[in-house]
Design a protein around this ligand. Structure first.
Ligand SMILES: *[C@@H]1O[C@H](CO)[C@@H](O)[C@H](O)[C@H]1NC(C)=O
Ligand SMILES: *[C@@H]1O[C@H](CO)[C@@H](O)[C@H](O)[C@H]1NC(C)=O
Length: 288
């Protein structure tokens, strides 16, 4: 082949290749660029739209947030007010209960005398009700025990009494006071009429016993048990007080301790006593 024929062959080959692979022409490239630009424009537009949407959402969120915050602070304020209202009401109620309790206690005597008095208070304050009913029952119980009046004061009319034996009862045969007659002038002995707390007092004046012991000794005797010993010298006085729980029937007297002793009477010596508190019989058993 010649050089020319080579050139022709190459040209033909190029033409053929162009036909087979459709290599784009200059016009085709412009179309593609347009398409790309269009696409980019579309994308940019949708991006802007998205951004706008996000901004809008953000704004909405912020608004909602501030609304919620407002609502929360309002709720907090309402709670505070409710709390302070509650406290105020509580204080008022407590004061009312206290006042009513005091009023109820003030009218306890009325309540006992007349059952219907005080019931309005009781109905208004149920917490006071139990208390008042308890008080009522205590008062009724106390009233159901007939109050025992017991008090005595006795002395010895003989000026000088000698030769007393050991454990002999000192005679106080003149009862100036004997309310309830629980003191027996014949035996110079007190007999407890009811269970209770009793108070006794005795004063003994000593005498000059010729040849005997210059001291006289006496004591309170409660059913054979010695309490509160008196140690008495001549023409001197000795006193003792005895406060003691007794059951009904227990006896109290003043007894001599040393043999062949004496004492001075005629209002220089005395024996007295009274009931301080009466106990219900149940308590007396417990206190025994
Ligand atoms: C008890 O008190 C009420 C109210 O004050 C009165 O109406 C009633 O007559 C009283 N009853 C007696 C027995 O005093
Ligand atoms: C005396 O009796 C009272 C009332 O029952 C009781 O409270 C007290 O404990 C008693 N005291 C003695 C010392 O027994």
């Amino acid at each position: 082949m010649t050089f020319i024929s080579h050139i022709v062959c190459a040209y033909l080959f190029v033409l053929l290749a162009q036909q087979v692979y459709s290599v784009p022409t200059v016009d085709g490239s412009e179309d593609l660029l347009d398409a790309l630009l269009k696409r980019i424009e579309t994308l940019e537009a949708s991006d802007a739209e998205n951004k706008a949407n996000i901004a809008k959402m953000e704004e909405e969120f912020k608004m909602k947030q501030s609304e919620s915050e407002k609502e929360i602070s309002m709720l907090k304020q309402r709670m505070k007010k409710m709390e302070s209202d509650f406290k105020l009401q509580e204080e008022m109620l407590l004061k009312k209960i206290k006042d009513q309790t005091l009023m109820s206690l003030d009218s306890i005597s009325d309540i006992t005398e007349n059952e219907s008095v005080g019931d309005d208070i009781v109905d208004q304050a149920p917490s006071v009700k139990d208390h008042i009913q308890q008080r009522r029952s205590i008062i009724r119980k106390d009233r159901s025990i007939p109050e025992m009046e017991t008090a005595f004061y006795a002395t010895h009319t003989v000026h000088a009494t000698h030769h007393l034996g050991v454990n002999q009862v000192l005679p106080f045969e003149l009862a100036i006071t004997n309310v309830g007659n629980a003191y027996n002038i014949h035996t110079s002995t007190f007999v407890a009429p009811v269970p209770g707390t009793y108070v006794f007092h005795a004063t003994v004046m000593g005498i000059d016993e010729q040849g005997g012991d210059p001291h006289m000794r006496a004591y309170f005797d409660v059913d054979g048990t010695a309490y509160s010993v008196f140690y008495v010298t001549s023409y001197d006085q000795s006193s003792q007080m005895l406060v003691i729980n007794l059951t009904a029937g227990q006896t109290v007297s003043v007894k001599n301790d040393y043999s062949d002793e004496g004492f001075i009477g005629t209002h220089h010596s005395s024996f007295s006593g009274f009931l301080l508190y009466q106990h219900s019989s149940m308590n007396a058993v417990v206190g025994k």
